[in-house]
Write a protein that binds this ligand. Structure first.
Ligand code: GLN
Length: 491
């Protein structure tokens, strides 16, 4: 078995046993990047020199017994909206083309403290706004299962990199589905933790009340291991919540007896692809056969999630992105007359179309006279959605649902109709509005050979139940490798 086709935990264990050196692991990762990037383009920046240097340092720390975690020395990638000191962080935007942060995001520091070697920064939709990774200023990322299709978004680069075995695992961020949806499209596992579980310090904000960082890997065990590394209370993030336990690996038990699973029937209406529907229902059946109880129920309010989300997310984005003004960060227009013109031109030239659309929408819903009609109403809707979930969790431990209405669309198909693209977030965004944890796991492939994921949603702080159910399901499957990887990069 090649180094990069091992799971992160397997590779970590071989590194600990000195069967593979950190340098060998990092070199294998960089070689795979070289092979795959021409096809897939998962990365905005690959830090070859930094990673090789770091490999030496981590090996020394392991040899001296100073670090011994399960993923010490294992090569990882992080989404390009996570600040990395000394390493360019662009958010896939022109406006941050030359931005080199002076500090590292807390989640990335957590990885580094556990001995991770970061090999690069992954491509994403500009400022995490999108569902396809096509709004990146640095070009599109392609789906390793079929290079004519999108990898999903906005963490498309992280998911494609994990699927294409360019790294052993990656970090993404999820504001409305950006970890779960590309994980589903790329056939990998992704977790959006309960809001407040992973520090957002150093994550370039999109919509702060919804953003969460989470792990992406090729199996459930690896995701649990990464979550254990990054989940921690952090005083630098005022929304960080101290939790009673950070033991996630302990939840990896092949047993779902007694788990009550609810399937929202209002998710199975018009618009959901027939093959996706069948995959979700048969995956739920597998869990039922393993001892869980499964039934359909009415979640309600589903049709309000998309409008509420886009009002809140754009309002927060409009406010968060006001800091990019040509003065403090990144790009400044070459020609301007006076301060206001400089702001205007820098922002007009620095931001892409999708980001501008959202800033305008956000400014509109926050403007006086419209605030009550849109923003306040969206906040009230958000509270009602949370109540609907609270009610569901009185009866169920887990909600099983689709991740996206379809498998990965073809490149170029989604951006022409942004409203339709927004609607495709219907199954993921209410999880962020309610602050809940969600996981996406591969459950099969469609007729075109593209992966389909199932989403499991839990009540706040109940990631362990999700991991247990996901792990149990995974035991019934063999991990499938994407076409481009199976063909050694030749697909
Ligand atoms: N597709 C959603 C959006 O564009 C979600 C993005 C995300 O989770 N970052 O807002």
């Amino acid at each position: 078995m090649s180094i990069m086709s091992m799971t992160a935990v397997e590779l970590g264990s071989k590194i600990r046993k000195r069967e593979i050196s950190v340098e060998e692991a990092v070199k294998a990762s960089l070689a795979q990047v070289k092979k795959m990037e021409v096809k897939v383009h998962s990365f905005v920046t690959v830090d070859e020199e930094g990673a090789l240097k770091r490999a030496q340092k981590v090996q020394k720390l392991i040899d001296e017994g100073l670090i011994s975690g399960p993923l010490a020395g294992v090569p990882a990638a992080v989404k390009d909206n996570l600040c990395t000191a000394g390493l360019r962080t662009t958010c896939s935007s022109k406006i941050l083309e030359n931005f080199v942060p002076s500090y590292t995001a807390e989640a990335v520091q957590c990885l580094e403290r556990s001995g991770a070697v970061i090999i690069g920064k992954t491509n994403m939709d500009e400022f995490a706004m999108g569902s396809t990774t096509e709004t990146s200023y640095y070009g599109v990322t392609k789906n390793p299962w079929n290079l004519e299709h999108v990898p999903g978004g906005s963490s498309g680069g992280s998911c494609a990199a994990a699927a294409a075995e360019e790294c052993s695992y990656a970090l993404g961020s999820d504001t409305g589905g950006s970890i779960r949806q590309p994980s589903s499209f790329c056939g990998v596992v992704g977790i959006k933790p309960t809001y407040g579980t992973v520090s957002r310090y150093g994550l370039i904000a999109y919509a702060s009340s919804l953003d969460q960082i989470g792990p992406i890997a090729r199996n459930v065990t690896d995701c649990a291991a990464v979550l254990e590394m990054i989940a921690a209370h952090d005083v630098k993030d005022s929304t960080s919540v101290p939790r009673k336990s950070y033991d996630f690996m302990g939840a990896l038990v092949d047993d779902v007896r007694g788990l009550r699973i609810g399937i929202p029937q209002d998710y199975f209406t018009e618009g959901l692809d027939e093959e996706v529907k069948e995959h979700i229902l048969s995956a739920a059946k597998v869990l039922e056969e393993r001892g869980a109880s499964v039934e359909m129920f009415d979640l309600s309010l589903v049709q309000y999630a998309v409008p509420a989300y886009y009002v809140i997310a754009c309002a927060e984005a409009g406010s968060n992105l006001s800091r990019f003004d040509g003065v403090k960060y990144g790009y400044r227009a070459g020609h301007y007359e006076g301060l206001h013109d400089m702001y205007k031109r820098s922002r007009s030239e620095g931001f892409g179309a999708e980001v501008k659309r959202r800033i305008m929408l956000g400014s509109f819903v926050l403007s006086s006279g419209y605030y009550d009609a849109y923003y306040l109403k969206a906040l009230k809707t958000k509270a009602l959605i949370k109540q609907a979930f609270d009610k569901a969790f009185e009866k169920y431990d887990i909600i099983a649902a689709p991740v996206s209405p379809s498998a990965a669309p073809k490149l170029g198909k989604s951006l022409s109709d942004p409203l339709k693209m927004y609607l495709s977030d219907i199954y993921t965004i209410s999880v962020n509005l309610a602050g809940l944890p969600g996981i996406s796991i591969p459950v099969g492939t469609n007729k075109e050979g593209l992966p389909v994921g199932m989403q499991l949603i839990g009540n706040c702080y109940e990631e362990r139940k999700l991991l247990r159910a996901a792990y149990t399901f995974e035991q019934t499957r063999v991990y499938e490798r994407p076409g481009v990887v199976k063909m050694g990069g030749e697909a």
